[in-house]
Design a protein around this ligand. Structure first.
Ligand SMILES: Cc1cc2nc3c(=O)[nH]c(=O)nc-3n(C[C@H](O)[C@H](O)[C@H](O)COP(=O)(O)OP(=O)(O)OC[C@H]3O[C@@H](n4cnc5c(N)ncnc54)[C@H](O)[C@@H]3O)c2cc1C
Length: 468
């Protein structure tokens, strides 16, 4: 039986970062991934690009996850999550080739607020459109800036209640929540205030950027690091069962192998980890929020200065729930990958993301599934026409994923991108020497999940060698 000091389950962002950090402590580490490609929720793929008459025209690249890398930090800045990640993984800042966002937009009913990587822009928007809320908004910023994360504190505090201490205008409350929920809440219509502070910091105080070349730029760096450190990678292999022994774990793998490890770091999610441990799954905590995304390619690059991300809600009240229909047509994220300092592609791209109901998608047969995807694509195009009406664009290709796609490629129950509604900030779900990392540890997004992998490795990995 192969024996390891630590096994990391899942080669998404958190798993890769965790394995790199553990190996750098001199431990003997295995990284086990069910799929043949790295990246989990944030991967990429490519397809042959064809002309309308079927002639090959090169390759088209797709980013699965990346809309925006949150937590932007300028070169040389200190104490920012992005800088911590780069320092701990020994990645030079310049190698990420970061391009800053143009600006992003919160569009609720007929109101619009801009924000960018300088919080003063958001403050001045609040001053212009909600002057009587300015003092409260500044106070909220102070509270977020001074908040420190106590990882042993798992008490849930409703942000909807808490925000009333600072902002009395309900429209402004909704507008602040719109990006925060969309980019990081696993709770319906609310978010734990600790998570709110993390997201507020990541989105509004630090902001968005994009590596030139998309997420593959970051992956290529991480892959090289893994190769240099000789991390044992088992790709296309799932962990099917974990059995806890006195001072180690026995893991049964889908290729028939059985291995032993002193410590286990799991990035697959809380209920999903319960499943492989043979525990009763905490159904209450299973995440319900799924998404559909339509990526539309155009023959020509888009007009300059579209918002990088537009967070859209049709009405005054933002409903962030598992919808009763296949998708929620009343709100969406519209992402323009060209909305950065510089763009490497030759085609225009817009991505439209809707809340989606996993169960309703699951009930469809394959013909209905295709038809409903086409329906969602029409809805996405109509929304683009409505929001960015003045421009002529010729569509060249369209690709759509549903909660079933997310489930297939990540094994998250219900295709829930933001995982469970119970988070374990200290990684400890009550099983000796087994730790949660990534989404259900509670740090979300690309930067968050990498930070999660690093912090959990630092907290629990430092170094105890396996005693055979
Ligand atoms: C469409 C979309 C857009 C997004 N946009 C952004 C964005 O713009 N900015 C941002 O910061 N974040 C974004 N995110 C979120 C971000 O991608 C995730 O928060 C992050 O990638 C989560 O990483 P993780 O390591 O925690 O989990 P995951 O990526 O889910 O990794 C878990 C891995 O475990 C593997 N696995 C599961 N079960 C097993 C098993 N039994 N054995 C072995 N392996 C297993 C899975 O295959 C997967 O690779 C987006 C996500 C999606 C889906």
């Amino acid at each position: 039986m192969k024996k390891f000091d630590a096994v990391v389950i899942g080669a998404g962002m958190s798993g890769i970062a965790c394995a790199l950090r553990l190996q750098s402590f001199g431990l003997n580490v295995a990284l086990i991934e069910k799929h043949r490609v790295l990246g989990g929720l944030n991967s990429f793929f490519q397809r042959v690009k064809k002309s309308p008459d079927g002639k090959r025209q090169g390759i088209r690249h797709f980013d699965v996850g990346l809309h925006a890398l949150t937590n932007f930090a300028k070169k040389g800045s200190r104490k920012k999550p992005l800088m911590k990640i780069l320092r701990q993984l020994r990645i030079p800042y310049d190698s990420l080739l970061l391009k800053e966002q143009n600006y992003s937009l919160i569009h609720l009913d007929n109101k619009k607020l801009k924000f960018n990587n300088n919080i003063d822009t958001f403050i001045s928007e609040v001053e212009t459109y909600f002057p009587d809320q300015l003092d409260g908004f500044k106070k909220l910023i102070e509270v977020v800036e001074s908040s420190t994360l106590d990882t042993s504190d798992n008490e849930y505090i409703s942000s909807r209640k808490k925000i009333k201490e600072f902002i009395s205008d309900e429209i402004l409350q909704e507008m602040i929540f719109l990006p925060v929920f969309y980019y990081g809440s696993s709770w319906e219509d609310d978010i734990d205030f600790k998570q709110f502070c993390i997201m507020f910091q990541a989105l509004y105080l630090e902001g968005f950027s994009r590596p030139y070349g998309g997420i593959r730029t970051l992956f290529n760096i991480l892959k090289e690091k893994m190769q240099a450190l000789n991390i044992v990678r088992m790709m296309g292999v799932a962990v099917q069962k974990i059995e806890q022994k006195l001072d180690h774990h026995i893991l049964e793998l889908s290729n028939g192998e059985v291995i032993s490890s002193k410590k286990v770091f799991s990035s697959i999610g809380y209920p999903e980890t319960q499943r492989v441990l043979g525990q009763k799954v905490n159904k209450e905590a299973v995440g319900k929020l799924g998404f559909v995304e339509v990526q539309i390619f155009y023959n020509e690059l888009l007009e300059k200065k579209l918002p990088t991300i537009c967070f859209y809600n049709k009405t005054k009240k933002f409903i962030y729930r598992n919808p009763d229909s296949l998708i929620d047509r009343d709100s969406a994220i519209i992402c323009s990958p060209e909305g950065y300092d510089d763009f490497e592609g030759k085609e225009g791209v817009l991505r439209v993301t809707f809340l989606a109901n996993y169960k309703l998608w699951k009930e469809l047969d394959s013909k209905e599934y295709t038809e409903k995807k086409e329906y969602v694509e029409r809805v996405a195009k109509e929304l683009i026409e409505e929001i960015y009406p003045a421009h002529l664009r010729t569509e060249s290709f369209i690709d759509t994923f549903t909660p079933l796609t997310v489930e297939k490629y990540t094994s998250h129950i219900n295709g829930a991108i933001y995982g469970a509604t119970k988070k374990f900030l200290n990684g400890d779900m009550g099983v000796k020497d087994l730790f949660l990392i990534g989404t259900d540890q509670g740090y979300l997004g690309i930067t968050g999940s990498i930070l999660s992998g690093i912090s959990m490795a630092n907290m629990y990995g430092f170094p105890t060698r396996h005693q055979p």
